[in-house]
Write a new protein. Structure first.
Length: 567
């Protein structure tokens, strides 16, 4: 929101949202990183975004609106073209036909030039309201409905054009307008639904298209078998792969623009029984990294992680299965560490988004850049903090330990089921117990659960069968002594969540601080069960207990928690 810095400072300090020290520090960071002051304050977690927007709305004498908790008129939304709405960070949400007034939520309701432009564009009086970016992004989902309505029609029309005239040269067809339109439409729809992955799966008589949305696979549509090789050839063409290679796996990448976001697509193609399967990981660029609180960390867990990140040596490890948000967590930590007085270097696969003033290196096995080789090269770059995308072999674990012992803070990920399993996993990879015990500072285990849709959330008493499932899980994991939530929340299903009751994801975490007692257990090569028991005695909240806390708060459902951690 456009306000003079002095007015902004007065409003935020008088509200108690930030201290003068935090405000002055944010000014320095904004100048250094070429970001807005508000983006820095919110991005660092100094103050919650909604409270900041409400405070500044009061200062500017404009109304505040939360579009996540307001019924949005879909027809009003489309009065302003999507490109304009996303470029100017605004959204029309209501239209009074009698008074000829359109209500517009804006990130900057003081932007008089844009307001005058909108009045001329829609031919009505514009009534500005202040809204947060999270709120605006939620309302922009209404633009997706139009995409969804036209999706099947566009695909069918272009398939008819692509297959007209019988068999054609596959490479020639891959460069043809109909196939380009088909793939572009599928990619746009995947980006609009915030899908993390897109799959083209060849079956005996058709091509199945599936998206992974909020961690769950969804069948989107089926296409005629004849279009299968042409569509895969188009993907290969974009990713710079060999179109005539059908027997060996291939990896590549390309990017496209969706709205105001650049989407990086990591491509993997493998031969299967009925043809080649294409998997595309969609990595959407973000205007700012999320804070630990926004990711779902509790206050206690956040303080433990931030305390560990202030140390000048040792390791912070993030563990969990593929797709559990480990790298996103490390990005959030790096964001808090990104200061002028430190040199931060990373080696990643892939680089999910660029961070200003951090030296990021992409793994490239063809060029000889692996995690181990990349880490070895980084040590000659005079780093203070190093992030290694993944510790996956003996060479990488040795290099990571060596780096942390020689005065570097090392951040990395591991594939283990829980926090207590990190040390035994490193021992399995050949690391010495005394080295592991002396280097690990904190281990974060995590999973991603779907959020309940705020537009259709309802509550109910806990069913007896659900209570039995929770108690059975506690017996399996040996986790007792937690009160069960009296009521459960769920999403009833609405247009905003495509009738599945969920919208977005949040993490559930267990954060294990490595105490002297736990270091002794690592030295003794104790099993993960024993390490976990000691960590719980010292106050660690397990994944399951953190999940139950979020269930009680109405953030997610017990079904989601059991889905991701059930044993």
């Amino acid at each position: 929101m456009h306000l003079p810095t002095s007015n902004l400072k007065t409003a935020l300090l008088s509200s108690g949202l930030v201290t003068e020290e935090q405000f002055n520090s944010a000014i320095d960071e904004a100048r250094r990183t070429n970001r807005t002051l508000l983006n820095v304050i919110i991005g660092r977690g100094d103050a919650p975004e909604e409270y900041v927007v409400q405070t500044l709305a009061d200062e500017s004498k404009v109304s505040y609106i939360d579009l996540r908790r307001t019924e949005v008129d879909g027809q009003a939304v489309h009065m302003i073209p999507e490109a304009i709405a996303k470029t100017k960070n605004l959204c029309a949400f209501a239209f009074d036909t009698d008074a000829n007034i359109v209500k517009v939520a804006m990130e900057d309701p003081n932007d008089l030039e844009t307001i005058e432009f909108l009045r001329a564009k829609v031919g009505a009086w514009v009534e500005p309201h202040a809204a947060s970016m999270i709120s605006l992004q939620f309302a922009w989902k209404h633009y997706q409905e139009k995409v969804g309505e036209n999706f099947s029609r566009i695909i069918k029309e272009n398939i008819a054009k692509a297959t007209e005239g019988g068999v054609m040269n596959v490479e020639k067809m891959a460069r043809g307008i109909p196939i380009i339109s088909i793939l572009d439409t599928i990619l746009e729809n995947a980006a609009a639904l915030n899908a993390s992955d897109l799959h083209f799966e060849p079956l005996a008589d058709q091509l199945l298209v599936r998206f992974r949305v909020d961690g769950v696979m969804q069948e989107v549509l089926t296409l005629p078998k004849a279009i299968d090789p042409i569509l895969v050839a188009r993907v290969k063409l974009l990713a710079g792969l060999q179109i005539d290679e059908h027997r060996a796996p291939q990896d590549g990448r390309f990017s496209f623009t969706s709205g105001d976001h650049n989407v990086d697509v990591r491509v993997s193609i493998i031969p299967t029984f009925y043809g080649e399967k294409a998997e595309m990981r969609l990595l959407k660029g973000s205007s700012r990294p999320l804070s630990l609180v926004e990711l779902g960390f509790s206050e206690r867990e956040r303080l433990i992680v931030e305390d560990a990140s202030k140390k000048t040596f040792g390791m912070i490890l993030s563990t969990g299965p593929t797709g559990s948000g480990k790298t996103t967590t490390l990005y959030a930590i790096l964001h808090t560490l990104n200061r002028p007085e430190v040199n931060i270097c990373t080696v990643e696969d892939p680089i999910e988004y660029s961070i200003s003033r951090i030296n990021q290196t992409q793994v490239n096995t063809k060029a000889g850049i692996t995690f181990a080789n990349g880490l070895r090269a980084l040590l000659r770059q005079n780093p203070d903090i190093i992030m290694v995308g993944e510790i996956r072999d003996e060479e990488t674990v040795d290099m990571a330990i060596h780096s942390s012992l020689t005065g570097h803070l090392v951040l990395s990920t591991l594939h283990t089921n829980d926090a207590a399993g990190a040390a035994p996993r490193m021992l399995d990879m050949g690391a010495e117990p005394y080295l592991v015990a002396s280097t690990i500072n904190v281990v974060i285990a995590q999973r991603l659960v779907r959020r309940i849709c705020l537009s259709c959330v309802t509550s109910e008493d806990m069913p007896p069968e659900t209570k039995k499932l929770i108690e059975a899980q506690m017996v399996l994991t040996g986790e007792g002594g937690v009160a069960l939530p009296p009521r459960l929340y769920r999403g009833a299903g609405c247009k905003m969540c495509h009738n599945n009751g969920y919208k977005g994801q949040i993490g559930i975490y267990e954060v294990m601080s490595v105490s002297n007692e736990i270091r002794d257990l690592i030295l003794e090569k104790s099993p993960a069960v024993k390490i976990k028991k000691k960590a719980i005695e010292q106050g660690m909240t397990t994944l399951f207990h953190d999940g139950l806390r979020k269930v009680e708060e109405g953030v997610t459902t017990i079904d989601e928690v059991l889905r991701v951690i059930r044993e």
